[in-house]
Write a protein that binds this ligand. Sequence first.
Ligand SMILES: *Cc1c(COP(=O)(O)O)cnc(C)c1O
Length: 337
Amino acid sequence: MLLLNPGPVTLTERVRQSLLQTDLCHREPEFFDLQDEAKKRFVAAYALDPAVWNAVLMTGSGTAAVESMIAGLVPEGGRLLVVENGVYGDRIAQIAKQYGIDHEVVKYEWMQALDIDAIIHHETTTGRLNAIEQLSRACKERGVGLLLDAVSSFGAEAIDFDGGGIAATANKCLHGVPGTAFVIARRDALAKAASRTYYLGIARLAKLQDERNTPFTPSVHAYYALVEALREFEEEGGWRARHQRYARLAEQVRSGLANLGIESALSPAESSVVLRAYRLPKGVTYETLYDALKAKGFVIYAGQGGLSKELFRISTMGALDANDMDRLISSFVELLR
Ligand SMILES: *Cc1c(COP(=O)(O)O)cnc(C)c1O
């Protein structure tokens, strides 16, 4: 089965096999070697200075990293402006509410671009890559921090780190397995992070990890896969190479579907390379399309919320190649015949 949903992704054989390594206690030096290597590789993935930046690992999905970032990096008594044009922006507002963080939401229609720029880097709801340069500049001029949900863009899109914090996960563009997520932030911001949450408290996680320690039992096996995926990521040329590979596959799908009269919801210029949203063909429900493609070995993804009757989504993350996309397009041809 090939996964065309926005994470978890189809694994390479190399990453899958890495899960079969020896059982490991998380208090052993071998585990801390894995933890150190992952942290180092996250920071190196975007050529950040390790003296200034630190990566904090946690066991959980992407949302754990987003929650840890919001709960820790919004200062005590600080205020948060949530810029929302999709499901994941809404989730950040819910997290802020849960922690009693004073916040305000600027809402945009889900298909709409932001007229100031945004906080969700890649809004996976629609595949829109929100341009963040303008907002980043405005924040800098005013001395305001910028926290970025880069869960579905880390490893495949350019990222502006200047604002102070990004949250991401192992099992999207990095091609690991679900179970580990991370936040990259400035070391000084981590040292004085707010303490609103126990398990996801980012200051403690950062401190203990720097001492080759961990407060709780991490998803040890997922760390094997994470480190193997990060090695593979570097050997394949890092985020730029991955960006190009996804771009080629996404364009192959876009033009193949366009030939069949299936339109993209957003233009390529507005979209990420990670995921694209398409309009359902006339007279075909999502369920029919999903069932027919699953029978051919492809798992596609529905539109979220109000978009579920109009859109379907195809992600080109993971161990996928041009032949797979050819087979996908052929499956559409058969289905529409
Ligand atoms: C996938 C995703 C998340 C988190 O999803 P999890 O299911 O918790 O891994 C958060 N934000 C964005 C933009 C995403 O694409």
